[in-house]
Ligand binder design. Sequence first.
Ligand code: ZN
Ligand code: ZN
Length: 393
Amino acid sequence: MSSKDWIEKDYYAALGVEKSASSDEIKKSYRKLARESHPDHNPGDPKAEERFKAVSEAYAVLGDEKKRREYDEMRSLFGSGAFRRNARGAGQPGGMPFDVSDLFGGAGGSEARFGGGGLGDLFSSIFTGGGAGGAARPRGPARGRDVETEVALDFPDAVRGVTLPLTLRAPGVCETCHGNGAKPGTQPVACPVCHGAGVTTRNQGSFSFSEPCRNCQGVGTVVEEKCPECHGTGGVTKTRTLNVRFPAGVADGQRIRLAGRGEPGERGGPAGDLFVHVKVRPDELFGRTGDDLTLTVPITFAEAVLGTDLRVPTLDGTVTLRVPPGTPSGRVLRARGKGVVRRDGRSGDLLVTLDVVVPATLSDEARAALETFAAQTPPAAREHLDARVRRFS
Ligand SMILES: [Zn+2]
Ligand SMILES: [Zn+2]
């Protein structure tokens, strides 16, 4: 008797009792049906014999408290064909009282390879509830993994955009053995333990269950002479170089996704994505606020008072800015269009902050001139503060 029978056969129906029937009711019904269909009472009647077998089989399970419980559990788990998550057995395939190969058929077939979208997927779907609602996710070649990497860009490159070669190290298929791990000229042979099935079946009481073959790790084959390149693993670390375009204006901390540039999928599956984390090295002159570049320019007191034309650098050249007479320290001048080129083709601005610098030392002539200046200048507007100061004096 296999567990597949358990899922397919309704033993309650076979005994003509309700699912809630007591053990006495089951026993009574069984005796009656067994008597009626017994071959001794129906010589040469194959249908009766069939019925007798079915009744006996049903009673062998339902007549045994422990087996009946397990039968009920399995039916509720797999009934109606929808796999539901088994809270008790989650993550413990070894503890499940059924034979996966019975359930899904063809464990020895070519699809039943762990990690290849076959049995392994079903395992994880059933026992960990993987996928939406625990349903088995669609089969098919596995998608390649996403790859993450980090790149440091120079400030001007980030502002203008740049294409850089990016070297990635990732696992790939060994080209010497085409991934089968066998020395060229030899072939992997069927695993002597599982005879190529990739799974072994263990019996425990009236149940059997399958697990990945330990000898071949579920692959079904073993390598006798190892490939010298990959030492039998079938995989090597490969470096590949990609030219990655960083768009103008890419900012520090941004993540760029390059669809399909991650690891290649298994056996023709879709490739994963490449995620590039961008670091931007600070510039010695320019800062950045959104699409605007920033620059601080020191000016003298005289320039602030008298006004001047300032020639300042931009990222790509220079620009002349008019400082009007009487410009206070901290005033921000704007050079339009000299900032970061935006996606829509327009540009941010260059924001120039004027910083009036106070000289720490003066020549005698300068001091004399400044004292003359001070004598000619009205005092600073501090009356509102002086009033408060007088209260305390
Ligand atoms: Zn094996
Ligand atoms: Zn190899």
